[in-house]
Design a protein around this ligand. Structure first.
Ligand SMILES: NC(=O)c1ccc[n+]([C@@H]2O[C@H](COP(=O)([O-])OP(=O)(O)OC[C@H]3O[C@@H](n4cnc5c(N)ncnc54)[C@H](OP(=O)(O)O)[C@@H]3O)[C@@H](O)[C@H]2O)c1
Length: 284
């Protein structure tokens, strides 16, 4: 790691490393090794989910590192089939058991599922608040929430999400949702920050990478960092894990940053489902 990873202070006063390691699609039996390697390389923030089926490996990888639990920030997410309060309580206990820890640093509702359960993600959010109050979730947040969903939580409960984890990359800048977060103190976490690799051979990205002497992935991840968002690129390669940490000893100029933002394709740029219509099946 060439320079220290900055921390972001959340609206509940907790801090989160701005760069982490995502483990979506890392097979369960390879996750402990991948997480252990990431920690050896300097990552101190791991993003998993019940739906990834690899929480157990995340816990094993952290324990194998020899670091204290408090030195690694761990996020997990409530699965789409567990929004009903008793299901959520059972699923959250399952997360802690699988991770082998007494708390998670951050627990998220994975998808709002506005077309399921009568669109009642507010009751699910109230159950999340129980986990916050009893200390087993140090922070709570949401994922894939649109502005109307966030407005409902604000109107109907007294706890705002600490983060909203949404798809963001140069092909989907998701600026309106990000701006709502900025205005209301909800940090944005950008998932699929390199669009699962799809932006890396874009001519604008490669031109800027050549100009600044960095890789395409580093240029795109730096763009996110300069926006103030939190990112956790996934890689199964130690070399690319290391590459994805090399973000803190260079900067983009305003023109290059604007050129990356101008690649936005709106909804056509999505690599994942649309949050307004996604029904949560299959697991995601
Ligand atoms: N909340 C949600 O609904 C949601 C949805 C999707 C993702 N996420 C989270 O966001 C994390 C990251 O998203 P993601 O995994 O979908 O996509 P991503 O991080 O944008 O891209 C991962 C892909 O890019 C490749 N890659 C990584 N670094 C690279 C580099 N330096 N150069 C070239 N290729 C590189 C990886 O291949 P290799 O492994 O071969 O390096 C992998 O195929 C996930 O792991 C998960 O934690 C959340």
């Amino acid at each position: 790691m060439s320079a220290a990873v900055p921390s972001i202070t959340l609206n509940d006063g907790k801090t989160i490393p701005q760069l982490g390691f995502g483990v979506f699609q890392i097979p369960p039996d390879e996750t402990a090794q991948a997480v252990n390697t990431a920690i050896e390389l300097g990552y101190r923030h791991i993003d998993t989910a019940q739906g990834y089926r690899n929480e157990r490996g995340v816990g094993e990888g952290i324990r194998a590192s020899g670091l204290d639990r408090g030195q690694v920030f761990v996020t997990s997410k409530l699965n789409n089939d567990a929004h009903e309060p008793n299901e959520a309580r059972r699923a959250f206990a399952g997360t802690l058991a699988a991770l082998g820890t007494e708390y998670v640093d951050l627990f998220l509702i994975h998808w709002p599922l506005p077309t399921r359960n009568g669109g009642d993600f507010v009751t699910t959010w109230r159950t999340m608040i129980e986990f916050l109050r009893d200390g087993r979730a140090r922070s709570i947040g949401v994922s894939n929430f649109q502005i109307p969903h966030l407005e409902r939580l604000a109107a109907e409960t007294d706890v705002l999400p600490a983060v909203n984890q949404i798809e963001v990359h140069p092909y989907l800048t998701n600026e309106a949702v990000r701006a709502y977060g900025r205005a209301h103190g909800i940090a944005t976490e950008a998932w699929s920050p390199i669009a699962k690799g799809r932006v890396l051979d874009d001519p604008t990205v490669t031109r800027i990478a050549d100009k600044v002497g960095r890789t395409p992935a580093q240029v795109v991840l730096r763009w996110h960092i300069e926006h103030g968002d939190i990112v956790f690129p996934k890689s199964s390669s130690p070399a690319r894990m290391r590459e994805n940490m090399g973000l803190f000893d260079f900067a983009l100029d305003a023109a290059d940053s604007a050129a990356l933002s101008a690649l936005d394709r709106g909804d056509a740029g999505r690599t994942g489902p649309h949050p307004d219509t996604f029904e949560g099946r299959p697991r995601n």
